[in-house]
Write a protein that binds this ligand. Structure first.
Ligand SMILES: Cc1ncc(COP(=O)(O)O)c(C=O)c1O
Length: 446
């Protein structure tokens, strides 16, 4: 297939300031944008992005282009299927069967059935409906800094970001399990029990308020929460509590899935647990809107026999061809193994920087997902959001794209496309070294 980069030329005459003004006019001022000076991108390839002036950026942020920006295999599969047939799922077609068979094979045997959607929000909404239908409950437990999407039911569980979450009785939150800061007065050994104690209490409170319990929905990587390392045994104990109370465990793998964390396909597989429902999205279609729910057959059959579920664009032949090409690329390019080896290499580089710069309080790594906790002082562990913001903007100026997460926006979020290699890691750590040096100087001069 021919790739045309003619749009670069067309775009190169556009002034980003004009584009920004027009954007605000037509999309409003509150549609989020990254960076103090927004970036005007025109092209992507592998781990690289190019702006309107032709400047190249190393992408250490975007997980949606999972197998690399504009992967030729994915683009080709999309083009070929879109030129042959694209219809909704109320006809027989091989693609959806081949794809969901292959996808479900990466899960525990009991998680053998799938429903496809277009977004992670839809997948989580569907998972909530399914869990509430199956258990007859309403109450859902989430972390106290959760984001799981943008529909009404999902906004209600978005404790970190959505006003809707403050005005509902159906949702209770527990503090993000955090081995770095822990809970004052609680020893490391007791941490898992202290955090699961909060889940126990939430279940009791639902019962006391007459709200039957439906389950717990968490990202098993606690990604939006700051990629916290949870105390050992926490997930297993929390899952047992939820199940003993008749609830279901929903694992939101929208960010953490498809081998991102290395070694395993799914982040929940790091723990000795099997969720009842798993939700998928973002990297699933490498940028094409493909998402879904994987669950035990009785959950899906019970829900779909009660409530018709149809999603016009979910699981079309084109979407499934794209999803299949993503799986092919992951396997053929050995990207899970790369997440393990390059991930360890990046983590080692970041830990070297931690020894040099006291502003780095903790480096967290899971495969090709990193959280770098910035603090004003390693003893007090006071979050350093201003420095974080300065760092991401300076990194961008130097041609490396990263972002921030966490309750205080003080944790650098590094989550590159999966073909990230050691030479890219060297560029990342070299640039971060320079930027940390500059920011440390600035801080020392007040
Ligand atoms: C963990 C998690 N779940 C769900 C979603 C929602 O996915 P989507 O934007 O595709 O609706 C997001 C999006 O950021 C997410 O981070």
């Amino acid at each position: 297939m021919q790739h045309s980069h003619g749009s670069d030329v067309a775009h190169s005459g556009v002034c980003p300031q004009d584009l920004l003004a027009r954007r605000i006019n037509v999309l409003g001022p509150h549609t989020p944008l990254f960076y103090d000076e927004p970036l005007h991108l025109v092209r992507g390839e592998d781990v690289w992005l190019y702006d309107h002036s032709g400047k190249r950026y190393l992408d250490v942020y975007n997980n949606v282009p999972h197998v690399g920006h504009c992967h030729p295999r994915v683009a080709e599969a999309m083009y070929r299927q879109a030129s042959t047939l694209n219809v909704h799922t109320r006809y027989l077609h091989n693609n959806i069967i081949d794809y969901t068979e292959r996808l479900t094979a990466t899960f525990a045997p009991e998680l053998s059935m799938a429903m496809l959607t277009c977004t992670g929000s839809e997948a989580n909404e569907l998972a909530l409906r399914m869990a509430r239908h199956y258990t007859g409950g309403q109450g859902i437990i989430v972390t106290d800094f959760a984001y799981h999407g943008n529909t009404e039911a999902v906004a209600e569980i978005g404790t970190g970001f959505m006003p809707e979450a403050r005005h509902t009785k159906r949702v209770k939150a527990f503090a993000i399990p955090d081995s770095y800061r822990g809970i004052e007065g609680v020893s490391q050994d007791q941490l898992a029990a202290a955090y699961t104690g909060q889940i126990d209490r939430a279940i009791e409170e639902f019962a006391a308020e007459g709200i039957p319990f439906a389950g717990m929905l968490v990202c098993p990587d606690f990604a939006n929460e700051g990629l916290l390392n949870v105390p050992e045994g926490f997930m297993e104990a929390a899952t047992a509590l939820v199940h003993n109370a008749g609830g279901l465990l929903i694992a939101d793998e929208v960010q953490a899935g498809f081998g991102r964390t290395g070694k395993h396909w799914w982040a929940h597989q790091w723990f000795n647990i099997t969720p009842d429902i798993v939700t998928l999205g973002k990297p699933m279609g490498n940028g094409h809107p493909l998402a879904g729910v994987i669950a035990r057959p009785e959950l899906i059959n019970s829900f779909t026999s009660h409530s018709m579920y149809f999603n016009t664009f979910g699981g079309t032949p084109v979407s499934c061809a794209v999803g299949m090409a993503v799986l092919d690329a992951l396997e053929e390019d050995n990207l899970l193994a790369n997440a393990v080896s390059t991930g360890a290499y990046v983590a080692a580089g970041l830990r070297k920087l931690q020894l040099k710069y006291p502003i780095i309080g903790e480096v967290r790594d899971r495969g090709l997902f990193f959280g770098v906790e910035l603090v004003t002082d390693p003893q007090t562990k006071t979050p350093a959001p201003k420095a974080a913001r300065r760092i991401i903007n300076l990194m961008k100026q130097q041609g490396v794209l990263i972002s921030v997460i966490g309750v205080h926006d003080s944790i650098l979020k590094l989550r590159p496309p999966m073909p990230f290699r050691p030479e890219h890691a060297d560029l990342l750590t070299h640039t971060l070294d320079k930027v940390l040096n500059q920011v440390s100087e600035e801080l020392s001069h007040g």
